[in-house]
Design a protein around this ligand. Sequence first.
Ligand code: H79
Length: 475
Amino acid sequence: MVNAEQKQLDPQYGEPAQYEQTKKKKPQKLANGKIKLDYGPLYHGKRQDPAMKKWRENRFGQFIHWGLYSIPGGVWEGKTYGYAAEFLKASAGISTERWNGLKDEFNPTEFNGKEWASMAKAMGAKYVCLTTKHHEGFCLWPSKYTEFDIENTPYQKDLMKEFVDAYSEAGIDVYLYYSVLDWYHPDWRTKLKTMDDVEAFERFKTFTQNQLVELLERYPQVKGLWFDGTWDQCWKDNGKFSYELEVLLKEKRPGLIVNSRLRADDFGKRHRDSNGDLMGDFESGYERRLPDPRDTSVTKNDWECCMTIPENQWGYHKDWTLTHQKNTNELLEMLAQCSSQGGNFLLNFGPNGKGVFRAEEKRIAREIGEWMKTNSAAIYGSDYAGLKKQDWGYFTKNTKSGEVYMIVFNVPISYQLRVELPKHQTISKANMVGIGQELQLEKFDSNETFVLLPPKSYTSPFVIRLELKANKKSQ
Ligand code: H79
């Protein structure tokens, strides 16, 4: 037996082959100038299979953060902690033992899958992503691989089954969030410093794989997995594992969609490999931020922006007055921007420990839904329109019908909305969506036209549908 000190990663004891392999590789250039990778992307370019097309058409999703952190809601022993509520254990320095005791209080008696799904549907969400396990390690489903799960709470029941069934029946695609980082599991390590760490992490990888396979087997309707908590050195040094995990999960569930956070390559590069190519099916680095609205390079890959309503609260926090709360029009503008650049918008909700959404969330969901009732044609199935962005808002183009939409957020004082088209095209007609009113056009340059708005006060964003025609002399 070697003692603990000897077990430090001393060269005389060597390192397990798997660990060595990802840590010590030297980059090799291929004939095309690219770095040779054994664990790069599974494919290049955008996936065009039906499952991924559906993901793209959905454009708008509901994110749900729900776990033990939803009980204290950012408040511990009378003190309010302003940082993200799901981080309360860390920000208030709560011992693991005390935090884990929250499991005995988790009893969401007000949870009703059908009501949740109908709220999401009325909002216009086409997909949902639920936290099955966040950093705290608590599992919302009854897992064979841990005691720290819903089965061992006063609630006991498999609420995830009710959730997945209700959303699926409502026609909303279900995705599952899974944090690899785990504050509960004794084998989780951020960095592998000793042989013990390496061995523990091997067990942790098995645990992770088992849980993910378990999720896919238990919930057959699930369309994809949304990974998080993969930024630590341990994961970056295990590119081989994340590659093999992606392969395995996709074999288990053909068509499965995974975000770019799952992967690290041979040299520890995340999201994008050492050659700059995306790993996973969509770029998920846009957390609480959007790309520059004029940046067309983002249209090369699928991507998604996940967004909170307050500044940075994912889990339920009792006090939302601490930071700016985005209003409905601000959120609609983000949704429109995502659609205009070929991305999805995933808007977060954090129900409380009883399973109740806060009043502000219900109101925002209702208001978004009202807008979507009239205007969703400019969102669902839409993509980058190939037109130069203008200051009044965003162009989108429906990929099936080819119809072009203008989603207007800033009405100019002149009431003139500038549109610049390719030389071979002209606008033949412009209609206000909803009212149907035809708008006057003024062509003022070979390829520029003003869409003229009736002068009045505009109080909410609106959509204009353009009919385009090819010029006679087009080449
Ligand atoms: O679930 C929500 C948050 O709780 C979770 N992701 C969203 C979807 C989240 N966990 N951590 N964070 C967000 C912020 C963490 C940032 C950091 Fe880092 C981790 C700072 C240092 C390590 C990521 C990696 C940013 C810099 C390096």
